[in-house]
Design a binder for this molecule. Structure first.
Ligand code: 13P
Length: 347
C-alpha cells in the first residue's frame, strides 16, 4: 500500500472551497428522484441528467473535488461518445465509485440492517481502479428507534459493531487496491428522536468505527470520513438551532475522530438544501479542529437543479445555473464564508 499516494488523493478530495458530489444513486433511488419531476427512469435520462451535471463547468471546476458514481455511470458515455468519467477528470475532479450493494435486514436483530457487498469486493475494486476510480464509498445505516419503543430498541451495540466491522473490512480492501475509502456510517435523521439521542448514537458509532479501522490496519491518513451531522430527528418536535447542531457535531467529532484523518465530508441525509449549507458553514466559522470539514452531498447539491431541469432539454441552462449556485454556496460554506443574503441574492 502506498499510503503517501492515498493521502494525496484524500487531501485533494477536501481541497479548500471544494467538496464531493454524491451522484451515486442506485437504480431505485434515482427512480424516486425522477418520480418527483415526472421523469421516466431510463438509461438515457440517467445519462442526460448526469452529463448535464458534469458539464456544468463552473460548479465542477471550482467546487467539486470528486464525484461518487454508480457502477452504470462509470461505464457510461455522454451523448457524443465521451466517457462520463472523462468529463469529470477534464474538470479537474476525481471519479469515485459506490461499492456497497445496499442493505439487508440483520439476522436476529429486529429493526436493524447490515450493508452488503464484501464478497468479491477485491476483484471489483481492481476493475474499478482500471476504469479510473480513485476513491470509493460504502454506506452503513444506523437507525434510531422511536423514543417510546422499549422492546427492539435500536441501534444495539451488536448492530453497530456488525456495521462498523464491515466498514473496516471494506476500507482495508480499498487501501490495498490503491483506492481511498470514504467511510460512511450514517445515523439516519428520519425519526422522532431528540438531538441528544442522535449525539449519543453518533458517538457510539464513531468510537466503534475507529476501533475497527485500527484493528483492521486501515491507515487513517488515507481515508475520508462521511458522517451525519448531529441533528434532532425530522419528526422530533424540538428542532435545534444551527449553532447547537454545529457545536454538537464538532464535539462528537473531536471526541472520536483522530487528527490523522485528513478530511470529513458530511452527508446531507434529508436536510433542506440551505440548512445543510448553513450547518457546514457554521462549523467552519467556529473552527478549531484538525481536519478539513466539507460536503459530500447528494440531495442537498442536486435537488434545486433537479427541479429546474424537470427532465427537459430546454431547461438545461436553468438547471446548470441552479447547480452552479448550490455548488458555489457549499464551496463558501466549506471555508466558513457563506451568508444567507448571498444565497438568497443569486438563487
Ligand atoms: P445525501 O446527501 O442525499 O444524504 O446523499 C449522500 C450520500 O451519498 C448518501 O450515501
Amino acid at each position: 500500500m502506498d499510503i503517501a499516494a492515498l493521502n494525496d488523493i484524500a487531501l485533494r478530495m477536501v481541497t479548500p472551497g471544494k467538496g464531493l458530489l454524491a451522484a451515486d444513486e442506485s437504480f431505485g433511488t434515482i427512480g424516486k428522484r425522477f418520480d418527483s419531476i415526472n421523469t421516466e427512469n431510463t438509461e438515457d435520462n440517467r445519462r442526460d441528467w448526469r452529463e448535464m451535471l458534469f458539464r456544468t463547468t463552473r460548479a465542477m471546476e471550482d467546487h467539486v473535488s470528486g464525484v461518487i458514481l454508480f457502477d452504470e455511470t462509470l461505464r457510461q458515455n455522454a451523448k457524443d461518445g465521451t466517457p462520463l468519467r472523462k468529463l469529470i477528470e477534464d474538470a479537474g475532479a476525481i471519479p469515485g465509485i459506490k461499492v456497497d450493494q445496499g442493505i439487508t435486514p440483520l439476522a436476529g436483530r429486529a429493526g436493524e440492517n447490515i450493508t452488503q457487498g464484501l464478497d468479491g469486493l477485491r476483484e471489483r475494486l481492481a476493475e474499478y481502479y482500471e476504469l479510473g476510480a480513485r476513491f470509493a464509498k460504502w454506506r452503513a445505516v444506523i437507525e434510531i428507534s422511536h423514543p417510546e419503543q422499549y422492546v427492539a430498541r435500536t441501534p444495539t451495540i451488536g448492530g453497530i459493531k456488525a456495521n462498523t466491522h464491515a466498514l473496516g473490512r471494506y476500507a482495508a480492501l480499498c487501501q490495498e487496491a490503491g483506492i481511498v475509502p470514504i467511510v460512511e456510517p450514517e445515523v439516519l435523521m428520519g425519526g422522532h428522536h431528540s438531538i441528544e439521542r442522535c449525539h449519543e448514537v453518533t458517538e457510539t458509532t464513531l468510537n466503534s468505527l475507529f476501533t475497527e479501522l485500527y484493528e483492521q490496519g486501515v491507515k487513517l491518513e488515507g481515508i475520508i470520513l462521511k458522517p451525519n451531522m448531529v441533528v434532532a430527528g425530522k419528526k422530533c418536535f424540538d428542532q435545534a438551532s444551527v449553532t447547537e447542531v454545529a457545536e454538537r457535531t464538532i464535539k462528537v467529532l473531536k471526541d472520536t475522530v483522530p487528527a490523522a484523518v485528513p478530511g470529513i465530508a458530511f452527508l446531507s441525509g434529508g436536510q433542506d438544501n440551505e440548512i445543510a449549507t448553513e450547518h457546514l458553514d457554521m462549523m467552519n466559522k467556529i473552527g478549531g479542529f484538525p481536519w478539513k470539514l466539507t460536503y459530500s452531498y447528494g440531495r442537498a447539491l442536486q435537488q434545486s437543479t433537479l427541479f429546474a431541469w424537470q427532465g427537459k432539454a430546454e431547461n438545461y441552462d436553468a438547471a446548470q445555473a441552479a447547480f452552479n449556485h448550490r455548488a458555489h454556496m457549499n464551496g463558501l460554506a466549506s471555508l466558513g464564508q457563506w451568508s444567507a443574503s448571498q444565497d438568497a441574492k443569486a438563487a
